[in-house]
Design a protein around this ligand. Structure first.
Ligand SMILES: [Mg+2]
Length: 212
């Protein structure tokens, strides 16, 4: 089925929604805006995050917001954890020599720290972090690693991930483990809309047994 998988990070492989909401609300409070609860955050937050902040805090410089956000995220006591079925999925890929990559908007220092703390670096051939607009990076990733678009999927939890997959000409796999509600993801017409990485592994197993 797919020989190459590009994974988003937050909401796809790791659960960092707790500290992300806390840090977003810290940024909002600095500029006198009311805090969002979890449901409001899931409805309103979107990528590229530059557009989200321009909508809610118009005119504030992005680097200023990023600095506040990173500081609050680093200070959060809510842990970042690997999502259920993520490690099993990556082990499964490794056994089958399916090439795995990460493409994330997360700032590089925070991402690299999580990669090591969660012992996940060994799963990936290469990682691309700090991509505010993933559409501007996916083409370079595909070219650099000579990935056949027909054998490649981008796996993510947000509409920007579906849009990025389509932009790159690869399959889009949307998961419900993260930041975006099902109806919203569905409206962007991903190739696959799945509950979690267990469902994705089962889908790939069915397809590989059907074709062998
Ligand atoms: Mg995500």
């Amino acid at each position: 089925m797919y020989q190459n998988l590009i994974f988003d990070w937050s909401g796809t492989l790791v659960d960092d929604m707790g500290p992300t909401i806390e840090a977003t609300n810290r940024v909002f409070s600095i500029y006198g805006k009311a805090a969002l609860d979890r449901d409001e955050f899931r409805r309103l937050f979107r990528l590229p995050y530059s557009e989200f902040y321009e909508e809610h805090l118009p005119g504030v410089r992005l680097d200023e917001l990023e600095n506040h956000f990173r500081k609050a995220f680093a200070e959060s006591q809510v842990p970042v954890t690997i999502l259920p079925h993520a490690r099993e999925k990556l082990d499964w890929c490794m056994e089958r020599e399916i090439r795995c990559f990460v493409l994330t908007s997360m700032d590089t220092a925070t991402f690299e720290q999580q990669l090591d703390e969660l012992d996940m670096r060994r799963y990936f051939e290469a990682t691309y972090s700090g991509a505010v607009d993933k559409r501007q990076v996916i083409g370079k990733l595909l070219d650099h690693h000579e990935l056949d678009v027909k054998q490649t999927a981008f796996v993510g939890d947000m509409t920007h991930d579906v849009v990025t997959a389509k932009h790159g000409g690869v399959s889009s796999v949307a998961l419900l483990t993260g930041y975006t509600h099902k109806e919203v993801l569905d409206s962007h017409d991903p190739d696959w809309l799945l509950d979690d990485l267990l469902a994705f592994r089962q889908l790939m197993e069915q397809h590989s047994s059907a074709s062998s």
